[in-house]
Design a binder for this molecule. Structure first.
Ligand code: PLP
Length: 631
């Protein structure tokens, strides 16, 4: 909307001299003087203040802050100054200009916060550099902002908003808060509408808002890095590799009988040797060169897809439409689910006890993580917190990926019961049908969780989900077929309609092509061979059942001893791991290293891999952990 020119502008401006700063560059480094004189403490910049509805309400609401409002349209700015005078506010000044380089106006770390309201979207590609959220501008904001300073950016323009998110991530800044529907979420509480927002928000697009700022330690990384950080925090050393490296060194020095290395996420026998199902080994050795050397189709060979669905679903025959796309390990499935069912800047939801890689996958793609407490005070699945977090996220996001790792959760060994699942389904069915939810069951440990039929009893329940919820299984062959290094898995959707299923296959195949292309063909052929040969399948199942029982015995041995010595642990139902909650997992893990026990610290406790230690060592461990806790 074009603003009519105000007549005799210079004359009118003369009446507002006390508000006007014509040469902000002259104030560089000295703004604090003005802030102090106005009796304020904080210094805020509002870029594009328009007719002043936002700035006048903001300055009134926060007399402790001093605001510099910038507006290049002088006729419009006049209205803003009138409003400030009418309200008798003394904590605002105006710069009648457009911003070019804010570092000319402010010295480093001089500003507490910046508001960018409904800036010009400049939709043409060649204008991208002029947008106020182009990375070249973000670098300026980052320089002039204090360490904990926040930029608040608000727009109704979807293209500009998505561009902004990418720029924030590319510039390695931290997103503190994000919503694509500000007026209908809890973040609206602190919102002050601009004139534009009040007038147009009811007519068109939702208002989007993101608050972002510096990432901690960002400067140091930027000074030393050649690589782009892209919104990720990349540790110097992988914690688990570090611990298991020390465990190996201890074994070499002191002998394996004197060391407990409970860090490894693979099934080992009592001697510490990798277990490989011999029936699977035979099938691998029977592969012809063409079977392992040829490219596989992107979504997997037809025989593999048929076999892996049988492996994942067991006897369950779904009523809906099943889509399958191969992935290199369960990791690839999780990556593709997050990539295709959430947007950059979104948070995915998972339980607080979870495999840390989830967060890394999300960070890699510019997403973030939200967790719910997995257990309540009584140690039961915490449906209440799950419901709270689902609703909280769906108030600020249009879509949500939820990852539930069950049965035999890593790191706890917990499996959701049928009642837990009923609760999850009830919560999800009460969500706004306009929102899209991908419910990903990470079933990486399903075949080592307990009775094969019982652990799949939740599958038919997924059919009760409303059509705005898409159930997805991340099914990995890594554990089931002792195939860790073969990188073989599948993402399986149980869709209500053919369209959703076909789209699932299409988008996941696209992502696969764009990241790892096709998956190894050899393991796919092996799994197809197993499922086409009932005698071989029976042998695989039988062999696996033996090792599953071995694992369960190890887990129960740990549980029994823990109960005897009074060590509190998270409820164990099956799988490769069990966990002990504690206040300072890093310290406990370090203390245990002193007695040659190696476990993995998670956020809420330490994880013990019962898959990698003998039953005798499982019995020894609880007392040692208790001693470390007490120390
Ligand atoms: N999900 C969980 C909880 C895991 O612990 C793992 C591996 O350790 C995976 C998924 C995926 O494993 P992979 O990519 O080896 O199949």
């Amino acid at each position: 909307m074009r603003q009519r020119k105000v007549k005799n502008l210079e004359e009118k401006y003369a009446k507002y001299e006390e508000f006007l700063v014509y040469h902000p560059e002259a104030c560089k480094g000295n703004w604090q003087e003005r802030v102090r004189k106005a009796g304020c403490t904080g210094l805020y910049l509002v870029v594009g203040c328009g007719k002043g509805k936002f700035i006048s309400e903001m300055a009134e609401r926060h007399p402790e802050n001093f605001y510099i409002a910038v507006e290049g349209n002088r006729s419009v700015l006049l209205r803003a100054m009138e409003k400030i005078r009418e309200k008798g506010l003394t904590n605002v000044v105006f710069v009648p200009d457009f911003i070019v380089d804010l570092t000319d106006w402010f010295r480093d770390e001089e500003v507490d916060g910046i508001y960018l309201n409904f800036s010009d979207p400049l939709p043409k590609n060649y204008s991208a550099k002029k947008r106020l959220t182009h990375r070249s501008k973000l670098v300026q904001y980052e320089r002039i902002l204090k360490d904990d300073g926040i930029v608040t950016f608000k727009t109704d323009n979807t293209g500009l908003f998505e561009f902004t998110i990418q720029e924030i991530l590319a510039n390695d800044m931290k997103i503190h808060e994000l919503t694509r529907d500000l007026h209908h979420c809890e973040y609206n509480e602190d919102n002050i509408m601009t004139e534009y927002e009040a007038k147009f928000s009811t007519l068109g697009e939702n208002i989007k808002r993101v608050k972002f700022g510096r990432r901690e330690g960002r400067k140091k990384m930027a000074d030393t890095s050649f690589a782009a950080y892209n919104g990720r925090t990349v540790p110097k050393e992988d914690k688990i590799f570090g611990i298991s490296g020390r465990a190996k060194a201890a074994i070499a020095a002191k002998g394996k009988e004197n060391v407990i290395n409970a860090t490894i996420g693979a099934l080992l026998d009592d001697e510490g040797k990798l277990i490989v199902l011999s029936s699977v080994d035979e099938a691998v050795k029977s592969l012809t060169p063409a079977e392992y050397a040829e490219y596989a189709p992107i979504a997997g060979t037809p025989a593999f897809k048929e076999a892996i669905v049988k492996a994942a679903l067991g006897d369950y025959q779904p009523k809906g439409y099943v889509g399958v796309v191969a992935s290199p390990g369960g990791t690839g499935s999780l990556r593709n689910a997050i990539a295709n069912y959430s947007c950059p800047g979104d948070k995915f939801l998972t339980h607080d006890w979870h495999w840390t890689t989830y967060k890394n996958i999300a960070m890699e793609m510019g997403r973030d993580e939200e967790t719910f407490d997995m257990f309540d005070a009584k140690g039961n699945f915490n449906l209440e917190d799950f419901e709270y977090k689902v609703n909280k996220l769906l108030r600020i996001q249009d879509r949500l990926v939820i990852i539930i790792n069950t049965p035999a959760n890593n790191p706890t060994g917990y499996s959701l019961s049928d009642e837990d699942w009923d609760g999850v389904i009830r919560v999800l069915n009460s969500t706004d049908p306009a929102k899209k939810v991908a419910l990903v069951a990470d079933v990486a440990y399903i075949d080592f969780a307990g009775d094969e039929k019982e652990v799949r009893s939740f599958l038919p329940k997924l059919e009760e989900l409303n059509s705005n919820i898409l159930p997805i299984l991340a099914y990995s062959a890594s554990k089931t077929f002792t195939f860790y290094g073969c990188r073989c898995a599948a993402t399986i959707c149980l869709a209500k309609t053919e369209e959703v299923r076909d789209e699932f296959v299409r988008v996941l195949s696209f992502s696969a092509r764009a990241s790892w292309s096709n998956c190894p063909r050899g393991p796919q052929e092996v799994i197809a061979k197993i499922y086409n040969n009932p005698e071989l399948l029976a042998r695989v199942d039988e062999e696996r059942a033996g090792f599953r029982n071995m694992l369960l015995s190890r887990g129960h041995a740990f549980e029994e001893e823990a109960a005897k010595v009074g060590l509190k642990m998270v409820p164990f139902r099956g799988g490769f791991f069990c966990s002990v909650p504690c206040e300072d997992p890093d310290a406990v893990s370090k203390k245990l290293e002193e007695v040659d026990v190696f476990v993995v610290p998670f956020t809420k406790g330490v994880r013990v891999s019962i898959a990698s230690i003998s039953e005798a060592k499982c019995r020894k461990l609880p007392k040692l952990i208790l001693e470390a806790l007490e120390a």
